[in-house]
Design a protein around this ligand. Structure first.
Ligand SMILES: Cc1cc2nc3c(=O)[nH]c(=O)nc-3n(C[C@H](O)[C@H](O)[C@H](O)COP(=O)(O)OP(=O)(O)OC[C@H]3O[C@@H](n4cnc5c(N)ncnc54)[C@H](O)[C@@H]3O)c2cc1C
Length: 346
């Protein structure tokens, strides 16, 4: 889908952002506000990246991050200002920690979709190559066709995917390639009959199931024809071992694990199983990389190591792999880079 930006200034600076996930949408919003002509490319059909949602019959459910957690006041304040974000207090079998939990309505991907209003959004388009030309930075697709030449190009893909795009700045590519992601299998299941379970969130204890969340209990959800929709997420360790296992087996094992945990006897009417190869980026790799002072070239500005930026090449990167794992980290990374690109704090 392509949304044309309205009222682009005649000589607006152009920026291409690769990735319509939360980091890309956060950066796009900042740059749009500053008057840039923003083009966002994503290889997927929609927005959200690892905050994507998927259809289940006439309804939908969150396939990526099921919610946004934060202990940070600045990020909390931003979240509470968003018209489509609401705090959620799931009934849980676990004692809750201090983190506040928020969800976007009516699904997680709605947040990035709205944040990208005003940008030219080009979906189903994997960017293959980024190359600095004399006066602009050229993007090419897998066939070598030009996708446009921009004043600035920023990569927000997960680290391993970013590594293949950052060849023009070899130190950036090397840095990204060293960061190791953890995978996650997720199974969404729609029930025609209520599960009879009280709690909306269950934490697994057998090494298979990481957590089960009643998606349909979140604020602003339309269950459609279903009584309940649940999301079952596997642990990273089990997901790693079962990377090549078929989807039906994955769904059955996650369901069995949840039944054992909850004593439920539900029969899913419709399922959706997804393998996230790059679910999260683990802490150890981030710590190792944060000690690598050579990753930013001489012309770069390295602010709190939350992003990569080469002023000489007009190429940079941001995303969740620079700081704390998760949505909050993606937001801080994108904002830190925007501060530098706009040469002014928020
Ligand atoms: C199952 C699951 C559960 C999670 N649970 C939580 C949680 O409870 N709390 C939390 O804080 N975080 C959680 N996370 C992590 C959170 O979703 C991510 O940290 C966050 O969404 C990352 O945002 P991002 O913009 O940095 O990256 P992404 O969302 O990955 O966005 C990058 C985008 O780049 C696109 N892209 C990649 N390569 C190319 C290319 N060559 N050309 C064009 N486009 C490209 C991708 O399609 C993607 O849309 C979870 C993630 C998963 C998968």
């Amino acid at each position: 889908m392509t949304t044309q930006k309205e009222n682009i200034m005649p000589h607006a600076k152009t920026i291409a952002i690769i990735g319509a996930g939360f980091a890309g949408a956060t950066l796009a919003q900042r740059m749009l506000k500053a008057g840039y002509a923003v083009t966002v490319f994503d290889k997927s059909r929609g927005t959200g990246g690892r905050m994507a949602s998927a259809r289940l019959g006439q309804s939908s459910a969150d396939l990526g991050a099921p919610f946004i957690e934060t202990n940070n006041e600045t990020f909390s304040a931003w979240l509470t200002q968003q018209p489509d974000v609401e705090a959620w207090q799931p009934l849980t079998t676990e004692l809750s920690d201090a983190a506040s939990v928020y969800v976007a309505k009516p699904r997680q991907s709605a947040l990035t979709r709205r944040m990208l209003t005003g940008a030219t959004l080009i979906t189903s388009t994997p960017v293959k190559e980024i190359w600095p030309e004399k006066n602009c930075v050229l993007l090419r697709d897998a066939l070598g066709h030009s996708l446009g030449c921009f004043d600035t190009v920023i990569v927000t893909a997960p680290a391993q995917q970013a590594a293949t795009l950052l060849d023009a700045v070899p130190r950036f590519a090397k840095h990204a390639a060293r960061i190791k992601p953890t995978p996650a299998w997720v199974c969404l299941m729609a029930l025609e009959q209520p599960s009879g379970l009280d709690a909306d969130m269950w934490i697994g204890n057998d090494g298979v199931l990481f957590r089960a969340i009643r998606d349909s209990a979140k604020p602003g959800r339309d269950k459609g024809e279903w009584a309940e929709i649940w999301s079952l997420e596997a642990t990273p360790e089990w997901s790693q071992v079962h990377l090549e296992t078929d989807k039906e087996t994955i769904a059955n094992q996650l369901l069995e694990s949840f039944k054992q945990l909850s004593n439920g006897s539900f029969v899913p009417k419709e399922k959706r199983v997804h393998r996230w190869l790059y679910s999260r980026h683990n802490k150890q790799d981030r710590q190792q990389n944060s000690t690598d002072k050579n990753r930013v070239d001489n012309n770069s500005i390295d602010k709190n190591e939350l992003f990569l930026w080469s002023e000489a090449n007009a190429i940079g990167a941001c995303g969740d792999w620079f700081s704390h794992t998760g949505v909050e980290g993606a937001w801080f990374s994108a904002n830190a880079l925007a501060d530098v690109l706009l040469k002014a704090p928020r």
